[in-house]
Design a protein around this ligand. Structure first.
Ligand SMILES: Cc1cc2nc3c(=O)[nH]c(=O)nc-3n(C[C@H](O)[C@H](O)[C@H](O)COP(=O)(O)O)c2cc1C
Length: 336
C-alpha cells in the first residue's frame, strides 16, 4: 500500500490508474483493476446503448467486491456525439460510481455534474495550460499524458517526464497530479513518485492482461513487439493517433502522401470499429488503427492484472529502497 494524495482521493491502495481504453475497458477488466488495488475506468462509448452500459456498471460493481471503480468521459470533437454524457454520468452515480476520468474541454459545469453527486474527477490532458484550466474549473486532480501515450496523446509532443517535472516546477498546480504515457515498469513508477507525481496512468502495458477480452493472437503479436513498433498515425489531422505499426498505418501514410489531412478522408481506415472487428475480435493485427504506445516493450507475458501490478509495485519498492541504500551523498552534489 502506498499513500499519495490520489490514493486518498479515490480510496485506492496503489498509485496506479488504468486509463480508459475504448472497446477494452469493460466490466471484467475494470473490476480486476479494482480488486488489485488500482483504479480503472469503464468507457461508455464502447456500449451500443444505455441498457448495455447499465448492465456493465452493475456487473462491474458486483465484481469489484466493494473496491472503487470509475467511468471515463471522453468528450468528442463532434458535439452531437456528446449528447449522452449527462445520462452516462447520472447512471454511473446511481450505480455507486464515484471516480471519473474526463478528457476534452475542462468545464465547471461538467465537473460539478459529477461532484454534486459525490464524485471525484481527474481531468486528463496533454498541456500544462490545460491542466491549470482544469484546476481553475474545479477538477479534483489532473493527469498529464506525454507524447508517448497510446491512443490519442494530443498534439503536445513533450515526453511524460518532461511534462510532469515542468508542471510541478511551475508551482502553479496545487491539486494532485498523475502522469502517464510510456509507463510500464516499476522503475518508472518509482521515478514518477520521486518526481512528485501522486500516481501513474497506464494503458498500453495492461493491454496483454488476461482480463482484456481482445483475441489471444492479437495479444501474442503485441508481446513480440519492441517499443519501436509504436508509431504516430494521422499526424496531419490535428488529432494524432499512437498505434501499432501495421498495414493500415502504412495505407494511411499513402493517403497522406496523396494529400489527405482530415479524418473523413481516411474513411473506414480511421475508425475504431475497424480495429475492434478485425484485431480485437478476430486477431488480425494488420487491420485497423490499434492504440498502442512504446510501453508495450515492457510486456512479456499474458497474465492476470493482479500479477502484473504486484510485480510492478515490488519493483517500485526495490527502486526506492535502492536509492536509500546508495545513501546518495547530496553534499557532493551541492557543494557549499
Ligand atoms: C487501446 C487503448 C485505447 C484507449 N482509449 C482511450 C479512450 O477511449 N479514452 C481515453 O481517455 N483514453 C484512451 N486511451 C489512453 C489511456 O487511457 C491512457 O491515457 C494511455 O494509454 C496512457 O499511455 P500508455 O498507453 O503509454 O500507458 C487509450 C489507450 C489505449 C492503449
Amino acid at each position: 500500500m502506498i499513500h499519495t494524495r490520489l490514493t486518498d482521493l479515490f480510496g485506492i491502495r496503489l498509485p496506479v490508474l488504468g486509463g480508459g481504453m475504448m472497446w477494452l475497458s469493460d466490466a471484467h477488466y475494470v473490476a480486476a483493476l479494482a480488486r488489485a488495488g488500482a483504479l480503472g475506468f469503464i468507457t461508455p462509448r464502447s456500449y451500443e446503448s444505455l441498457d448495455t452500459l447499465h448492465e456493465a456498471l452493475r456487473t462491474c460493481r458486483h465484481a469489484s467486491e466493494g473496491h472503487p471503480f470509475g467511468l471515463n468521459i471522453t468528450q468528442s470533437r463532434r458535439s452531437e456525439e456528446n449528447r449522452m454524457i449527462p445520462a452516462w454520468i447520472d447512471m454511473a452515480l446511481e450505480e455507486g460510481v464515484r471516480s471519473f476520468e474526463t478528457v476534452g474541454p475542462a468545464s465547471r459545469a461538467l465537473f460539478e455534474r459529477m461532484q454534486n453527486g459525490g464524485g471525484r474527477v481527474i481531468h486528463k490532458c496533454a498541456f500544462i495550460a490545460h491542466a491549470l484550466k482544469a484546476q481553475d474549473e474545479g477538477a479534483d486532480a489532473v493527469a498529464l499524458v506525454g507524447g508517448e501515450a497510446g491512443g490519442h496523446p494530443g498534439t503536445n509532443e513533450l515526453p511524460t517526464f518532461v511534462l510532469g517535472a515542468l508542471a510541478l516546477e511551475s508551482q502553479r498546480l496545487h491539486i494532485p497530479l498523475a502522469i502517464g504515457g510510456g509507463i510500464g515498469s516499476g522503475r518508472q513508477i518509482a521515478a514518477a513518485l520521486a518526481l512528485g507525481a501522486d500516481a501513474v496512468v497506464m494503458g498500453t502495458r495492461l493491454l496483454v492482461c488476461e482480463e482484456i477480452w481482445a483475441h489471444e493472437d492479437y495479444k501474442r503479436h503485441l508481446l513480440a513487439q519492441p517499443a519501436e513498433a509504436s508509431i504516430l498515425a494521422l499526424t496531419r489531422t490535428g488529432n494524432p493517433w499512437r498505434v501499432l505499426d501495421n498495414a493500415t498505418v502504412q495505407r494511411t501514410r499513402e493517403l497522406e502522401a496523396q494529400g489527405a489531412t482530415s479524418y473523413p478522408e481516411f474513411g473506414a481506415l480511421a475508425t475504431g470499429r475497424l480495429g475492434r472487428d478485425n484485431a480485437y475480435l478476430r486477431g488480425d493485427w494488420n487491420t485497423g488503427l490499434l492504440s498502442m504506445g512504446p510501453a508495450i516493450g515492457f510486456a512479456h507475458h499474458i497474465e492476470p492484472v493482479q500479477a502484473v501490478l504486484r510485480r510492478l509495485m515490488a519493483e517500485t519498492s526495490m527502486r526506492v529502497a535502492d536509492v536509500h541504500a546508495r545513501e546518495l551523498p547530496l553534499s557532493t552534489l551541492h557543494p557549499a
